[in-house]
Write a protein that binds this ligand. Structure first.
Ligand code: ATP
Ligand code: MG
Length: 353
């Protein structure tokens, strides 16, 4: 595992002003993204995965306020950049792809032109060069008859093909970092696997670092070098894929892993973590996970746990790691899923057409 840091988030906060009050969507997120690696961001809906990553290139609505100690990229603090610098960074350095490509593509512009445009704008190619390169990129991401399809509009593409267009657009300017926010959630399983395979190939070829947001632990096992688990606007556990799957330390992570369907055990109800996440308008005192945590300690009701160090690469924010805490073993259901995680980690060749 290489250890050169490409992007570093330090104590990032994002608040939204709403009619109901201020929503504390991201509450002090810190992590490193390392060169050539994929970091998976996981956690229930509303935990701040999208907002914390959108804050990096500041693609958030006007009612948001971003603050923190720094978002460091190439030795510079992105929090201090103006809109002009950020436009350049979004075009050249940090690309984003989202769940629904239709919202990012312009319905009245041809697909080909949408790929060519950033090449003209950011790479200073002339029209002819840009068209040639766009067609190359379309071929590369697996769009057949690219030359023909260059002049077609987004609605003439299937969901999977539109996501390929978004990926072509994202890699067109050779970004250092790719942020993929549930890029395959809207696609059916076979197409999902193909898109993930494509992303993995491109990440390797372009030696990009990737932040990958997903709900699917099978996908996480298949792509992640490291994993950050988010809960109520914070990272509650961060470690290498092996550490998170085979030595998870936070009870919330235990819950997420237990919620992975076990193919072997039939007639079994799917586990879900009891309760629901707190309302981020009024963040409760203490550990916001405590009221869903059957291992909660008295101190959980009083103060929010710091990040405890498990190893040089593994941290978790739970009072269970305090030396005064009783020793609690992870539920055995997690071990029942090890085969599934191992298969996904080892069998990195997902379905290919
Ligand atoms: P999901 O898995 O559903 O995509 P997520 O982890 O990506 O969830 P975010 O979209 O990052 O969650 O949202 C974090 C919190 O911020 C949520 O409580 C959400 O309601 C709130 N939020 C997001 N956008 C806005 C906004 N524009 N105005 C107010 N609150 C917002
Ligand atoms: Mg999201």
């Amino acid at each position: 595992m290489t250890s050169k840091v490409v992007l570093s988030l330090n104590n990032l906060h994002v608040k939204f002003k709403t009619l109901a009050g201020t929503i504390n969507a991201v509450r002090g997120v810190s992590y490193n993204l390392y060169e050539g690696e994929t970091l998976a961001l996981v956690g229930e809906s509303g935990s701040g995965k999208s907002v914390s990553t959108k804050a990096i290139t500041r693609v958030l609505p006007g009612n948001s306020t971003i603050s923190g100690d720094g978002i460091i990229y190439k030795g510079e603090n992105l929090l201090e950049k103006n809109e002009k610098d950020l436009t350049r960074i979004r075009g050249n350095d940090i690309a984003m792809i989202f769940q629904d490509p239709m919202t990012s593509l312009n319905p009245v512009m041809t697909v080909g032109y949408q790929i060519a445009e950033p090449l003209i704008e950011h790479q200073h190619m002339n029209k002819k060069e840009a068209k040639k390169r766009a067609i190359e990129l379309m071929n590369k991401v697996g769009i057949l008859k690219a030359e023909e399809r260059y002049g077609q509009y987004p609605h003439q593409f299937s969901g999977g093909m539109r996501q390929r267009v978004m990926i072509a657009l994202a890699v067109a300017c050779h970004p250092k970092i790719m942020i993929a926010d549930e890029p395959t959630t809207a696609l059916d399983v076979t197409i999902q696997a193909q898109i993930i395979e494509l992303l993995k190939d491109l990440n390797k070829e372009y030696s990009m670092s990737t932040i990958f947001i997903t709900h699917d632990m099978g996908v996480v096992a298949n792509i992640a070098d490291r994993i950050a688990v988010m809960y109520a606007g914070k990272i509650v556990e961060y470690g290498t894929a092996n550490e998170i799957f085979f030595n998870p330390r936070h009870p919330y992570t235990w819950g997420l892993l237990m919620a992975v369907p076990d193919m072997e055990l039939k007639d079994q109800d799917l586990y879900t973590i009891p309760g629901s996440p707190p309302n981020l308008l009024h963040v409760p005192k203490g550990d916001p996970f405590s009221f869903r945590n059957k291992f909660a300690l008295n101190i959980d009701l009083e103060s929010e746990p710091p990040m405890f160090k498990v190893s040089d690469t593994h941290y978790a924010a739970t009072w269970l790691l305090d030396e005064r805490a009783p020793r609690v073993e992870p539920p055995k259901e997690i071990f029942d899923r090890w085969e599934f995680f191992k298969t996904n980690i080892e069998n990195k060749s997902v379905v290919k057409e």
